[in-house]
Design a protein around this ligand. Sequence first.
Ligand SMILES: Cc1cc2nc3c(=O)[nH]c(=O)nc-3n(C[C@H](O)[C@H](O)[C@H](O)COP(=O)(O)O)c2cc1C
Length: 193
Amino acid sequence: MLETFDEGKIYEVLLVTRSNVTPVGVIRNGKRLTFKLFPGRSFEEIQLTGSASIQLTNDPELLVRTALNLPVELEFEETEGHRWIKGLPGVYGRVEWKLETWRDELGETEVLLCELIPEGEIEGFLPLRPFSRADCVLVEMAVLFTRYLVRPEERTKSKVLELYELYRHLGGTSRTAEYMALHLEWGLKKRVD
Ligand SMILES: Cc1cc2nc3c(=O)[nH]c(=O)nc-3n(C[C@H](O)[C@H](O)[C@H](O)COP(=O)(O)O)c2cc1C
């Protein structure tokens, strides 16, 4: 499983903790997967339990909707304190973490630097799904959108709206993309089914 991750490249995967699922960018470093979490539920739960699962998906909607905490239909399985999404391939294991201060031009926050040491493999498969540039753009929109929610900067908002135009141009029709664009344009909390 780990060999499918090229070392040094960032992969967008799902991080499953005690009660949460969120996308996270991981990098393989030998037999470990490293990632960085900003404050939130996953950040809290990893410190409490010291364990997590990391699972692959090729479904951009799933990555994006879990980032935005929008409803998704998932089933879970558990064993010996580990929990994961049924049917998606991945690994579960122990997480070593350390808290650091993250500084940039706008201030500082805490960040949790994590390393997952796999203890078991999760069986699953990825459905047949052709590659679409629109899907890449949707994921990029969500990365910037979640950043905007934490730090509402005008340039981030413009970039998300620009990406929405490109997304539509490439044939994308996701209601989740529309939700992000409407939220930014009108501050609407529009219902997304
Ligand atoms: C594709 C993608 C990758 C993301 N990667 C990370 C990440 O590596 N670290 C992080 O803190 N947030 C990441 N985010 C943002 C989180 O999903 C988002 O902030 C979420 O609300 C985390 O909070 P939670 O743990 O409370 O669910 C990513 C979002 C997307 C769409």
